[in-house]
Design a binder for this molecule. Structure first.
Ligand code: HGY
Ligand code: MN
Ligand code: MN
Length: 436
């Protein structure tokens, strides 16, 4: 009998060491479903584009929930939502965590949402269980992640006037959009954080690729996040009558655009590595069946973990574009879009905390890079940063049938909480910044 009690006590203490406090899996998934209603479209996709009415409604929904928890909720000048819970040491820097709730047009319901609702669940669990942390805990919902990680770049002090003028998928510029969220673009520099104000940053996210799903692994420990550069490419030809202009006299900008698009793919594939390049948007002008397109504007995106490699690939694409321009009697010009992010490595110490806590929870894990951009990459400029991935079913993302299971979401959220609680107890040497 005595032995049984001792055994029970042992398991109880082991359990509590493994799992400082349990999140509520039903609540996380119910909140995720509730969030889905803001912006769901006929294809069951998500049209909650940054700065849209849908996003504004979804933000109010979250703000109400955060206020009900008794947190100090604010919208900063760049539109980020911040919800603060005091720690026992009033002078301690904050442990920040969060994600985004904006989506690409006709996107999915898990990208960003899982990390945002997971962060809400962390706060719900801490409040409900009266858990005192040493550091203040701060939940962040970032502005316009999909249009160039705008909110996290603002915190890192990387927003220049050009970024404010960028027109986003909502039709609003960032400056107009930020105002719609309750921010003030003219005061944006006031949101810049100093490294000493932050202890660490964590983001939970879906993988958006198929590595974890194919290998049947529960957790991804993110080693680094690719950098991502965007350009507008303008091809100028000559608009003329499609019926009367003979084929040899044409300056068809769309033809040059087609050759350019193929060439981007060829150049990218001609080098070994994980880098990727995409032409994702194209518009031909004037855009009529009976007019030869005189102008085309398309987008070019290149991603890699190495900024120099991105630069080299771009140089070669530019050189090839000159030949294409000559061949089709058109002019091809590149203009960088100020909505891009630099590659970032996550903090090795935090990676290890995530691995150890995954082991304690009995979760299988794998180290992997992120091919998607995330707010964590700009937060990594400020503070030790970590990211947890959960599997995306079939590796689908930025599409309506993006999906992660409720179980995977609950596991990721529990791991987020446990990791944050350990980070709270860990002294990082601030001099080291993100330990590479
Ligand atoms: O496009 C991206 O990688 C990210 O989802 N914003
Ligand atoms: Mn995304
Ligand atoms: Mn995302």
């Amino acid at each position: 009998m005595k032995k049984q009690v001792l055994t029970l006590l042992f398991f109880t203490s082991l359990l509590s060491a493994q799992d400082p406090v349990a999140i509520n899996p039903d609540r996380v998934n119910a909140n995720l479903q509730a969030l889905k209603q803001f912006g769901i479209n006929e294809q069951k996709g998500n049209d909650r584009i940054a700065y849209s009415d849908y996003e504004i409604e979804a933000r109010s929904f979250l703000i109400q929930k955060l206020k009900k928890l008794g947190l100090e909720v604010q919208v900063d000048f760049s539109g980020n939502i911040s919800a603060l819970r005091a720690g026992s040491d009033p002078k301690a820097p904050t442990v920040a965590f969060g994600s985004h709730i904006d989506a690409v047009p006709n996107g999915g319901h898990y990208d960003g949402n899982v990390g945002s609702i997971g962060a809400l669940e962390v706060m719900e669990t801490l409040v409900e269980n009266n858990i005192e942390t040493k550091h203040p805990f701060e939940l962040l919902i970032f502005t316009n992640e999909e249009g160039g990680v705008f909110g996290s770049r603002a915190l890192a002090g990387k927003i220049k006037p050009a970024a404010l003028a960028v027109k986003t998928n909502s039709g609003y510029t960032n400056a107009e959009g930020v105002k719609r969220l309750g921010g003030d673009p003219e005061k944006i520099d006031a949101v810049i954080r100093k490294p000493e104000q932050l202890h660490a940053f964590m983001e939970l996210h879906i993988e958006q690729g198929s590595t974890l799903y194919e290998k049947d692994i529960e957790i991804g420990v993110v080693e680094g996040i690719v950098g991502l550069k965007w350009w507008d490419v303008t091809i100028t030809g000559f608009a003329n009558h499609a019926g009367t202009t003979p084929m040899h006299r044409r300056q068809d900008a769309l033809l040059a655009a087609a050759a350019f698009t193929l060439k981007v793919n060829e150049v990218i594939k001609s080098y070994p590595g994980r880098h990727v390049g995409t032409v994702g948007r194209i518009a031909a002008y004037p855009g009529a069946p009976n007019v030869i397109p005189g102008k085309v504007v398309l987008s070019l995106e290149i991603r890699d973990l190495d900024a120099q490699k991105i630069a080299r690939l771009f140089d070669q694409i530019q050189e090839e574009a000159n030949h294409i321009g000559e061949k089709y009697n058109t002019r091809i010009q590149f203009s960088p879009i100020d909505a891009t992010s630099d590659p970032a490595l996550t903090d090795k110490r935090i990676q290890q905390i995530i691995r150890e806590n995954a082991d304690l929870l009995g979760l299988s894990h794998l180290d992997l890079p992120s091919g998607a951009g995330h707010d964590a990459q700009d937060m990594a400029l400020l503070t030790p940063t970590g990211m947890i991935f959960i599997p995306s079913v079939d590796g689908i993302s930025h599409a309506p049938n993006e999906y992660s299971t409720p179980q995977a979401i609950a596991k990721g959220t529990q791991l987020l909480l446990n990791t944050l609680l350990e980070i709270d107890q860990t002294d990082f040497n601030p001099q080291l910044g993100n330990l590479k």
